[in-house]
Design a protein around this ligand. Structure first.
Ligand code: KG4
Ligand code: ZN
Length: 331
């Protein structure tokens, strides 16, 4: 079956074609315009999606070497995300499906991030745990089987990606903050500054990153570069505090559930220190790392999950709406 996936939940405009579980094309138009504002500007994101969608769709179809009339189903992210941004993608997808006379299915962006672990990971089987770490969410999921997921816990406040993005701003770095902090931290001493690791000792799967961000804010107020402490030491110490919290709760989740296969998903899953610390703390044969290109927002995960949904007999009525706030696949 040939499915086109459309993703416009935040600042990546993405279109992909999936055929029988294989990704034929995966086109992403990153909106670099937000970088100068230090974060995503929702109104600009919607307008950019509108501008890019048509051409990226054409590119996705051409690079998949199919004809538009070969498409048998349309899958589109309808949440969570920015309302205006989601609306552009959903409206475009509905128009495309109606024009082609094919079915449509709405996709939960978070479920797609998790299921992206199956792309290129032939050895992944249920059940497994998934640490979903993106710009808007930090959650630990117990993935029992397809469409049977339990949320073990999540962040009480900021997401890990948000901690990277806000931290980067305080360090004078650009948006998105994750890759910036990762780069700045190179060669830095990660144990020089003792940033807090909130809730790390609690026996619940829960996270909190807002205190960490505030502690960086206070630290930077009086920060002066010296021979003993440079910006890369601060970045490395801050990054390590985030990663320590994530890895400790993964260990707790394994303890609580007895499930030892673990995976990661979302933009922060690209982080090299996170991958290194997971490799250090868990058995290699139990770890699934998604390909880097499937961590940050993409439409391959949407077309792939869309095809799975169609094969399960799901399809959406054409009057479905966006769901900007849902964070749970059962919503
Ligand atoms: O999954 P994603 O592309 O979008 C959302 O669904 O939110 O995640 C974006 C987040 C941003 O906060 C970005 O700073 C973070 O992922 N990120 C990283 C890295 N690359 C992207 N965080 C840490 N290290 C990275 N290398
Ligand atoms: Zn995402």
């Amino acid at each position: 079956m040939i499915v086109i996936g459309i993703e416009t939940s935040c600042d990546e405009t993405a279109v992909s074609i999936c055929k029988d579980g294989n990704i034929l094309s995966n086109i992403i138009g990153s909106q670099l315009v937000h970088s100068e504002f230090g974060g995503v500007v929702p109104e600009i994101a919607s307008r950019e999606h509108e501008k890019l969608l048509y051409n990226l769709t054409e590119e996705a179809i051409n690079s998949a070497k199919i004809k538009i009339t070969d498409i048998e189903g349309v899958a589109v992210t309808n949440g969570p995300g920015l309302s205006g941004a989601l609306l552009t993608g959903v409206s475009f997808a509905k128009g495309l499906a109606i024009g082609l006379g094919v079915k449509i299915v709405s996709i939960n962006h978070l479920e797609a991030h998790i299921i992206a672990n199956f792309l290129e990971a032939n050895n992944l089987s249920y059940p497994f745990l998934c640490l979903l770490v993106s710009g808007g969410h930090t959650q630990l999921w117990w993935i029992k089987e397809m469409e049977n997921y339990t949320l073990l816990g999540e962040s009480r406040d900021d997401a890990a990606g948000e901690a990277f993005d806000k931290g980067a701003r305080l360090l004078g770095l650009k948006y998105p903050g994750g890759p910036e902090i990762e780069m700045c931290a190179k060669g830095g001493n990660s144990s020089l500054i003792k940033f807090p690791r909130a809730l790390i000792k609690s026996k619940k799967v829960e996270f909190s990153f807002s205190g960490l961000k505030t502690s960086l804010l206070y630290y930077m107020d009086s920060f002066k570069k010296t021979d003993e402490c440079k910006l890369n030491d601060v970045a490395a110490s801050y990054q390590k505090a985030i990663i320590d919290c994530l890895v400790s709760k993964m260990k707790l989740a394994v303890e609580l559930t007895g499930v030892d296969t673990i995976s990661i998903a979302g933009g922060v899953a690209k982080n090299k220190l996170l991958r290194k610390m997971i490799t250090k703390n868990f058995k290699k044969e139990n770890i699934i790392f998604p390909d880097l290109k499937y961590c940050t927002d993409n439409a391959a995960m949407i077309s792939y999950l869309g095809e799975l949904k169609f094969k399960l007999g799901h399809k959406s009525k054409f009057d479905f709406s966006i769901n900007p706030n849902f964070h749970n696949s059962k919503d």
